[in-house]
Design a protein around this ligand. Structure first.
Ligand SMILES: Cc1ncc(COP(=O)(O)O)c(C=O)c1O
Length: 482
């Protein structure tokens, strides 16, 4: 330890005793803890502008009293068994209890933080990528480059839209791979931040926001936090029920529609092209902004995925969100908003309230990695692996069906999970599975209106673990499904 904040009193005591007293107080207050190393005599002398011998005398005094221990050549550390009288400790505890502050909480998030699915031996959480597939060594060299040759100007405060070369790479990628060429790009710390900013910018207290009846709770929380009233749109096997959407629009003033069109979360169905056309028309006619959350676009298997709604957006009202949480890993905290020019600056300006920038060295490294082609190589590899895992899960579940297990599912064209009808008791099965160290979620977790819970479906993620784990986990799960 180099620094320790000490307050010397104004008494007429000798200086070394005042220093000893200040260190003892620091120990008593918990600012340094038992066995922690104390500053060297040299650095403490420098800090207090006193002679080194004075500090040494203070330490020796504390050693004599049992507060500090000294080890040869290792300097001084707080003693392991401190001479704090238990009455002092008890008094202190009493003091904190009587002085506990009563916080006036004006906003709370009552949705539960997701369980750490990765702590389970078999992790069937629907959206987890396999982080072991990420080429850390390769990426490290681009991170090194970004730190060895940084753009000093960009490291300072300033432009809050995103790091220029990264935006350029992302724009090129979105244009080539997802046919989006008509939007401005803003870099954010993941989709959740984007949802929060958009909610604050676009939603007023009491506004109605239409969402898929089975959907993504973290998005709902962001809307509700801004004062939105959520309205559920029914779902069909090909995405939302557009007739129902139209009825809702006629009955309520809906300001915003949040959709996961490519791989509907959590059911994995793709929103049909004909429905997309009607949704554009309705949105245009009734002036409704659409948030398109395209969270795992690349993971589509037998054919090219449908282009995002944002790509064919006739009136610029689709706000497109993309995340690096699946294509890299959730801890990277990086995402983008692709939005019409007319909304862009409002979002950038609002974002300045919560953050000045997104991590610049990280964007720089990613830009270099994308330029080199590594990003797309990784995506191709991960997609191939996930396709095999999907096949493995499908084959095994089909075997279970052949053996007489009463379950059913459709093979999803893409995504990272299967939506499996197990006939009933889904919540109970999810609970029992946890006891066997298997993580999975039942449909209950995804309903906006829990009254609609039929308790039939479970979501089984196939991307996050290898085939061996999938097999072992499913075989264990099978016994719970009988
Ligand atoms: C529907 C949906 N949107 C977005 C995300 C990614 O969010 P973020 O970028 O905040 O990690 C996820 C991740 O699970 C998701 O399931």
């Amino acid at each position: 330890m180099k620094m320790l904040n000490l307050t010397l009193d104004n008494s007429n005591q000798k200086l070394y005793l005042k220093i000893a007293h200040a260190i003892r107080s620091a120990i008593n207050n918990g600012n340094v803890v038992s066995t922690e190393k104390l500053p060297s005599t040299r650095s403490l002398a420098e800090q207090l502008s006193v002679n080194r011998h004075t500090v040494m005398a203070a330490y020796n005094e504390l050693v004599a009293q049992g507060w500090v221990e000294t080890q040869q050549r290792q300097g001084y550390r707080v003693a392991e068994n401190l001479p704090i009288f238990s009455s002092t400790a008890a008094n202190k505890q009493k003091e904190t209890m009587t002085h506990q502050h009563q916080w006036r909480l004006v906003k709370a998030n009552n949705s539960v933080t997701p369980a750490a699915a990765s702590r389970y031996q078999f992790n069937f959480a629907g959206g987890n990528p396999d982080i072991d597939l990420f080429p850390f060594n390769e990426f490290k060299s681009f991170m090194n480059d970004a730190l060895n040759r940084p753009d000093i100007h960009e490291l300072n405060y300033g432009d809050n839209m995103g790091f220029g070369p990264f935006i350029k790479q992302v724009s090129t990628y979105l244009r080539r791979v997802r046919s989006i060429n008509n939007k401005q790009i803003i870099v954010v710390n993941g989709t959740q931040e984007a949802l929060y900013i958009l909610s604050q910018v676009l939603i007023k207290h009491g506004d109605k926001v239409a969402v898929e009846s089975l959907g993504y709770q973290p998005a709902w929380s962001a809307f509700e936090n801004a004062g939105a009233q959520l309205i559920a749109v029914k779902q069909t096997d090909h995405g939302i029920d557009v007739d129902h959407l139209e009825q809702l629009i006629q009955a309520h003033t809906i300001r915003l529609l949040y959709l996961t069109p490519l791989h509907q979360y959590p059911t994995t169905t793709t929103l049909a092209m004909s429905k997309r056309q009607r949704i554009y028309q309705l949105a245009q006619q009734y002036n409704i902004a659409i948030i398109e959350d395209d969270y795992d676009h690349e993971f589509h298997y037998n054919s090219q995925p449908l282009a995002p709604m944002a790509a064919n957006d006739p009136s610029g009202l689709v706000i497109y969100l993309s995340s690096f949480s699946k294509i890299m890993f959730p801890g990277i905290r990086l995402g983008i908003i692709a939005v019409d020019q007319s909304l862009c600056q409002h979002i950038v300006n609002y974002r300045a309230i919560i953050n000045h920038k997104v991590n610049v060295p990280l964007q720089d490294a990613l830009a270099r990695w994308m330029q080199d082609g590594g990003f797309e190589r990784h995506l191709r590899k991960a997609t191939r692996r996930y396709q095999k895992r999907r096949q493995c899960m499908v084959e095994l579940l089909n075997e279970f069906i052949d053996e007489g297990l009463n379950i059913s599912f459709s093979i999803p064209a893409g995504g990272m999970a299967l939506w499996v009808n197990i006939g009933g008791n889904a919540q109970h099965v999810a609970q029992l599975a946890k006891q066997q160290s298997i993580f999975l979620l039942a449909e209950n977790a995804f309903h906006l209106d829990k009254n609609n819970d039929q308790d039939k479906y479970i979501r089984l993620g196939f991307a996050g673990q290898d085939e061996q784990k999938i097999r072992q986990g499913l075989l264990l799960l099978k016994s719970l499904l009988k």
